[in-house]
Design a protein around this ligand. Structure first.
Ligand code: NAG
Ligand code: NAG
Length: 437
């Protein structure tokens, strides 16, 4: 029996994969079959459309398959450090892809010129990786699974405008392949599954929903001394650690990929508005993540600071290791999530990680799948505008019952923290991969 190789294909917009390399890698790797309890030999190639280290869901898939004894080849850009367990696992091989030439990544050349070149060199964002994976899966008689996390075309539409010809092209292409690919069947939310069932996708094959769950590295705080040790040691928090520990300064954390999918100005405007009331508690905001719009927002923050628009507010940007990020989440007072779903039906993984850390969230809420994750008033609060976010911060950090409400939300988040990735994966996908009966 030929090994059952399954290619998980992850659609994540704006990030590119070099197809020339995919072509060479995929067909040549046959593994010695491994026997699993179900009797199947499982070898999985996971194709990440982007930086492996910044694709938690794909890394967790890899870890789950490896944990059951499957062989995993993880293919994608090798920019940020991958999850340490992946590096340590004998069952996982990481194949880093060369980044596309700088000239194609720069935004200085018009998309009309760079777009077609990108199609040849790589993709915006699923062309032609998906068709190549499909062809390879046919040639090798393997299954192709697509983990729908978002649609490439909606993200493209966000950056290029809905009427751009590339958007309709990319939409038609994704729909055609969604229907042809034999096993297009994992989604991240029920709302997305529902959407894939209907027009224009009309996917007929079974679709399962695998909700994101936090990995084990995200854990609630175990003690006050742990918080003290971490906050005083981390350069980004050390300057105001004492005040945070006393409860005077409120520590908020937001992680962003600094893309148009997340409107960072929402948080910035909210902080400016919050700071107008001098009696409000001081806030320290740590913004983690890397991305295209980071430098321009840093300049904006600097300008606001110089114009004295942010009294009592400290904003620090930082890029942290996964261990430090996890420690920061469990040490913070509130997580802020600005994710604006371009598809309307995906969910931000960062909120899942915040819950894993027992951290309540304030999250942008104007999309269909929002309440599959955040229960408003139980483990977090939704907002739609900067004014609403400012009011929320004022209420939780100072209002008459603010401390009480925040403590209740924290209990809700801790409760959510009990639901973990491993159990969810085994329940939903263990059987699909043949690991469990
Ligand atoms: C790797 O696979 C073997 C079975 O071949 C399994 O016993 C082991 O636990 C796996 N290791 C990891 C780190 O997942
Ligand atoms: C995915 O779709 C294929 C083809 O329709 C099917 O054989 C497979 O059982 C489906 N997987 C799940 C998890 O439903």
């Amino acid at each position: 029996m030929s090994p059952l190789a399954i290619i998980l294909w992850f659609t994540f917009g704006g990030l590119f994969i070099a197809t020339a390399t995919v072509f060479i890698l995929l067909p040549s790797r046959y593994e010695k079959p491994l026997t699993t309890p179900g009797g199947a030999s499982v070898s999985v190639q996971i194709l990440v459309l982007g930086d492996i280290g910044r694709s938690p869901r794909m890394q967790y898939h890899a870890l789950s398959i490896a944990r059951h004894g499957g062989t995993v080849h993880l293919i994608g850009y090798d920019e940020s450090p991958p999850h340490p367990d992946l590096l340590a696992s004998p069952n996982v091989t990481i194949h880093g892809l060369a980044l596309p030439p700088k000239i194609l990544r720069s935004s200085s050349i018009p998309f009309v010129i760079s777009g077609p070149l990108k199609v040849l060199w790589q993709n915006p964002p699923s062309i032609p990786t998906l068709i190549i994976s499909f062809l390879v899966s046919v040639l090798r008689n393997t299954q192709l699974m697509i983990d729908w996390h978002n649609y490439g075309w909606t993200i493209l539409s966000g950056t290029k405008g809905a009427s751009h010809p590339f958007v309709s092209l990319s939409k038609a292409y994704e729909i055609a392949l969604a229907q042809t690919a034999p096993s297009a069947n994992i989604t991240v939310t029920h709302a997305m599954r529902h959407e894939l069932r209907g027009a224009p996708y009309n996917i007929q094959s079974p679709i399962v929903t695998l909700h994101d769950r936090p990995a084990s590295i995200f854990q609630p705080l175990s003690s006050v001394s742990e918080r003290r040790a971490f906050l005083t040691a981390l350069p980004a928090t050390a300057p105001f650690a004492a005040s945070v520990l006393e409860g005077k300064t409120k520590l908020i954390v937001s992680s962003t990929s600094w893309t148009p999918d997340e409107d960072f100005s929402l948080l910035l405007d909210a902080l400016v508005s919050y700071a107008k009331t001098p009696s409000h508690a001081p806030i320290a905001a740590i913004i983690t993540g890397k991305g295209p719009q980071k430098a321009s927002y840093e300049a904006k923050i600097q300008a606001l600071r110089e114009a004295n628009q942010l009294p009592g507010i400290q904003i620090q940007t930082a890029w942290l290791s996964i261990a430090d990020y996890a420690a920061l989440l469990r040490s913070a007072d509130l997580g802020v999530c600005l994710h604006k779903s371009s598809s309307g039906v995906d969910l931000p993984m960062k909120v899942v990680d915040m819950f894993g850390s027992g951290l309540p969230v304030a999250a942008y809420s104007a999309y269909a799948s929002f309440d599959e994750l955040v229960k408003d008033g139980v483990n977090g609060c939704g907002f739609e505008t900067a004014e609403e976010l400012a009011a929320l911060l004022a209420r939780l950090f100072g209002g008459e019952h603010g401390a009480e409400e925040l403590a209740a939300l924290r209990r809700g988040a801790r409760e959510e923290s009990g639901l973990r990735w491993d159990e969810e994966w085994d329940r939903v996908l263990g059987r699909v991969f043949g690991f469990t009966e």
